[in-house]
Ligand binder design. Structure first.
Ligand SMILES: *Cc1c(COP(=O)(O)O)cnc(C)c1O
Length: 967
């Protein structure tokens, strides 16, 4: 202890936490996962397990469990992950894009960027199945529908489709269903955008539709059930299609038109010259390029075809008080009801982007839009004049796109690149230049300079240059006359309008949304932040590869992460929704069978509990759907699958199975089921919507499945956006990898399923961030807590509601189905009444009547805290007490708070109250609601009225006036 007899100074020992502990690398994981470790222990105790691992062992069959942790890095912090993705973003180069081809530059109004695209009140909302708590976004969507219908001159428009190319494919099948002509031929003008033609080819072939692609001049002489024209066409030319349309109608064909909404502010609408169906992309109404998406595609048509129209349709109905209220209308067209006879497999669409586009129109109004269009057209006309003066040949009759011919396209392209400008190369001797809202005077001077054309005085040239829109095609009709498009033009007005709408809705910024099958989990802010960085947002989908190295890295890395999470070998990120992923996966199966000379394999086995998109997608692939049974435990019936696989052995193409099942259980037999299907030459398709119960625990690609789609907008944190965007990657084993959809101009046996090669690329950073932030241990823990949260709810509600199906050891998977049918029998109270009463408690209802009618399916996800779970459970228990009061005769069987829910402020505060229960019970069934109360803006919406009186445009103001006067 001594050194030469001198006292030695001992270094002090650290008693506080270590640097490593303080660095706290799992910080994000603990923000993403709701319950903390003490709460997890408490909840585990409640369900009778000692640890998350022990609970997992009790739930997940040993046969499918992954032997090793995911080979992914450990968790990192938000700061570190954002720095990593910043470095990736910086590898993208943002050039000025004049490529066009269906995508145009646009200024997203900042007030919309921040208050819609970056606002969780909008992006965390769910699809508006619960009409009462979705009035705000449905108003925005009805504005979208009105905008599209007005501009296209059609009677009705839907609430968005996935992109222009798939919208065109939907137009083709709508025409097939509706045309008088029984021809199998669909004529496609060669003026249609190339990516649209690609998707049409993919979609036509399995349905035995023959595409005739040719010059417009040929169209009149082709015997077709329908035509698709592009207006203005892909090279910018405006044509008069009135005579052609008349000729097509005379042959019993329908005319579909792909168009540009901004051009239509100046051009006669397709409706005015006779078109039947109009499709397109609303991207240039304020939605960034995003390297291809997401953007809202649209479809409008004549009233006669509305019952055959694909996609969601918002309609006006009335509520229980007789006031106008919005709801999804004509839902009987959709897959959940019509299954393989549905008009299409569209489920998730592009709601958030449609809301943005509608707000762009609300903000600018008809005059503002026309001004943007005119300015764009002026600049284009000026550029054309300058080019002509310099001896360059450009086409006539254009809106914003010049077709330049007789030039050395390669040389000009190279010159353009040097100035950070992108043009569209059509072939060696021609190119096109598309101008837009963002084009400036100096851009036009630079563009002219590429062709050695000088613009000395742009204003003088302006005076001397006539418009290039032919008189016969000029728009004479008015549009967007409704007050909503003529009121909110100042920023304050728009800000308040958007806030007013958002306040009507319940999104995840206010309450858990416990939707079975839809996995409404946290959409963390750090995950969302990169989406609007210009290096991701402002890249044209057809930008040269040298400019998109960052996107390539992001896509490659995300694909590798998903391969690791699923146990498959290859992934395509092209599909824009889960249902599109199904279609891509089934196409891969189909192409695989064909590659082996087994063209006759066309039977797809689908359990009766399957999501409606499964049979609809199989139908789109030309497969015959054979439904298999479920047993009384909710499991797929193994014997029935075996019997049907044997019966159709020669024809078996695939089995589609959801795992864990839509009944919320891990079925023991899944490996055996895969074996049976393989023995009969079929392929196994696992619907991956329930991957949130599997990540880090088990891998479908390793237990015998051949292909899955994932829903990045469920398991991997892309927000639902009120019903889109989505990304539905298709993941396959190696033998199916050659049959994934090809990219535009790329190789492969199977065509494109989306307009853009990488689908909705600009939202991929969200899932990349999620996986990077969580790391291997965090992802596994998330899955385990998702299982725990569901079992905790099932357990605590067990004395009050029966959970319909359980798996091993009486446990459920990540969701539970509460059976309300016995209560209906005893009290007349339906699952819908309970769903609506939950609104009075400030909750979004669970999934109603899927997959079993008369039930509620609850999926809390790992992101919900114990506090929020208990709040929900308390509400459900209180509702059970109300039902008990009906059973006991303390509440009236007819006039009770469940049947009359939700209660609006005007109901409760009206001077008259005639109900057989107190007002206070109506509004404040639990004391905590006095501290924080959500008021439903409308009373229960009448479904029948809305379907009988279909009305899908903005409500005339008179209706509101009358209502205010009555009040
Ligand atoms: C959500 C879901 C789908 C469809 O996904 P979309 O993105 O809406 O097209 C398919 N299957 C299941 C089980 C789902 O939950």
């Amino acid at each position: 202890m001594s050194n030469n007899g001198l006292p030695h100074h001992n270094p002090p020992q650290r008693t506080s936490p270590s640097l490593r502990e303080l660095e706290y690398h799992s910080a994000f994981v603990e923000r993403h996962i709701g319950p903390n470790d003490a709460e997890i222990a408490q909840m585990l105790h409640a369900i009778g397990h000692d640890s998350l691992d022990a609970m997992t062992d009790a739930i997940v069959p040993g046969k499918i469990k992954s032997p090793a942790p995911l080979a992914l890095p450990e968790a990192i912090t938000e700061v570190e992950a954002l720095a990593k993705i910043r470095a990736i973003a910086d590898k993208n180069q943002v050039f000025k894009s004049f490529i066009g081809q269906g995508y145009s530059g646009t200024h997203t109004p900042n007030v919309i960027l921040r208050n819609i695209l970056e606002n969780p009140a909008w992006y965390t909302a769910y699809t508006p199945y619960q009409a009462e708590i979705s009035q705000g976004r449905m108003e925005a969507l009805i504005n979208f529908q009105t905008m599209v219908a007005d501009l296209t001159g059609m009677e009705i428009a839907n609430a968005s489709l996935l992109d222009e190319a798939t919208a065109a494919a939907e137009a083709m099948t709508l025409a097939k269903r509706s045309a008088k002509s029984k021809s199998d031929v669909f004529f496609v003008s060669n003026g249609v955008h190339p990516q649209t033609i690609e998707v049409l080819k993919t979609r036509a072939e399995p349905l035995d539709i023959v595409l005739h692609i040719g010059d417009d001049a040929e169209a009149a002489s082709v015997d077709a059930f329908g035509l698709l024209l592009q207006y203005p066409d892909t090279r910018g030319t405006i044509r008069d299609y009135a005579a052609l349309t008349e000729a097509a109608h005379a042959r019993g064909a329908l005319v579909a038109v792909a168009t540009d909404l901004l051009a239509l502010t100046l051009l006669a609408s397709p409706g005015e010259w006779g078109a039947d169906i109009v499709v397109g992309n609303s991207q240039r109404f304020g939605v960034p390029f995003g390297f291809g998406g997401p953007h809202a595609g649209f479809m409008a048509c004549r009233d006669a075809y509305k019952r055959s129209m694909p996609g969601r349709l918002i309609g006006v109905s009335i509520d229980a008080e007789g006031k106008p209220a919005y709801r999804l209308t004509l839902q009987t067209r959709e897959q959940h009801i019509r299954r393989e006879k549905a008009t299409s497999n569209i489920c998730t669409a592009q709601v958030l982007l449609a809301v943005m586009a509608s707000m762009y129109a609300v903000y600018h109004g008809p005059d503002g839009l026309a001004r943007i269009a005119r300015r764009t057209h002026r600049l284009t006309a000026i550029l054309a004049a300058a080019l002509r003066k310099a001896g360059v040949t450009v086409g006539d009759d254009f809106f914003d796109t010049l077709h330049v011919t007789g030039v050395d396209a390669g040389a000009i392209h190279a010159k353009a690149q040097a100035q950070r400008v992108n043009l569209r190369r059509i072939d060696g001797g021609s190119l096109s230049i598309s101008l837009d809202e963002t084009t400036t005077r100096s851009d036009v001077i630079v563009l002219a300079g590429l062709f050695d054309a000088k613009i000395e005085d742009i204003d003088a040239l302006d005076v001397d240059t006539a418009d290039a829109i032919p008189a016969t095609s000029a728009r004479k009709s008015a549009f967007l006359q409704h007050p909503v498009f003529n009121t909110h033009h100042s920023e304050h007005e728009l800000l308040r309008y958007m806030r007013q709408l958002a306040d009507k809705d319940l999104a995840m910024d206010r309450t858990m949304i416990p939707l079975g099958s839809c996995t409404m989990k946290l959409n963390a802010t750090a995950e969302m932040i990169p989406v609007t960085w210009p290096e991701f947002a402002n890249i044209h989908p057809l930008a040269p590869v040298e400019q998109t190295a960052g996107y390539k890295q992001l896509i490659d890395e995300l694909e590798a992460m998903l391969v690791e999470c699923t146990g498959y070998d290859a992934v395509s990120l092209q599909p824009n929704s889960g249902a599109q992923g199904e279609f891509a996966g089934l196409l891969a199966i189909r192409a695989y069978h064909r590659s082996r000379g087994e063209n006759h394999r066309d039977v797809c086995l689908i359990p009766e509990s399957a999501h409606g998109t499964n049979p609809a997608s199989a139908h789109m692939c030309g497969m015959t759907v054979v439904v298999t049974k479920c047993d009384s435990n909710g499991n797929v019936d193994l014997d029935d699958i075996r019997a049907k696989a044997e019966k159709y052995s020669d024809r078996l193409a695939a089995l589609m199975i959801t795992y864990p099942s839509t009944h919320g259980v891990f079925e023991e037999d899944v490996v055996a089921i895969c074996d049976i299907v393989h023995q009969h030459g079929g392929q196994v398709y696992t619907d991956g919507a329930n991957m949130n119960a599997l990540v880090g625990v088990a891998k479908p690609g390793k237990w015998g499945s051949d292909v899955s789609h994932l829903n990045l907008h469920k398991t991997f944190c892309i927000p639902h956006g009120g019903g889109g965007p989505g990304v539905g990657p298709c993941a396959v084993k190696s033998h199916l990898a050659p049959f994934l959809p090809r990219t535009l101009g790329g190789e492969g046996d199977v065509g494109m399923v989306s307009a853009a090669s990488f689908g909705s690329a600009s939202i991929l950073p969200i899932s990349w961030m999620y996986i990077t932030l969580m790391g291997t241990a965090g992802l596994r823990k998330a899955t385990q807590v998702a299982l725990l949260n569901a079992n905790y709810i099932a357990k605590r509600l067990a004395p009050h509601y029966k959970t319909l199906y359980t798996g091993r050891n009486g446990l459920v998977a990540h969701e539970c189905i509460l059976d309300l049918r016995p209560l209906k029998d005893s009290t007349g109270i339906s699952a819908e009444d309970v769903a609506k009463r939950l609104i009075d408690f400030g909750f979004h209802a669970p999934t109603l009547s899927f997959p079993v009618a008369g039930t509620l399916m609850v999926e809390p996800t790992e992101s919900e805290s114990l506090h929020e779970l208990d709040r929900f459970i308390d509400a459900m228990i209180e509702i059970r007490e109300e039902i008990r009061a009906i059973e006991d005769g303390r509440l009236d069987r007819e006039d009770n708070p469940l049947r009359n829910a939700p209660h609006t402020a005007t109901m409760v505060a009206g001077s008259e109250w005639t109900h057989a229960y107190p007002r206070e019970l109506a509004a404040f069934p639990l004391p905590v609601l006095k501290l924080q109360k959500y008021w439903s803006p409308v009373a229960r919406v009448d479904n029948v009225y809305g379907d009988k009186n279909v009305m899908c445009a903005c409500i005339p103001v008179d209706a509101y006036k009358e209502e205010a006067e009555e009040a």
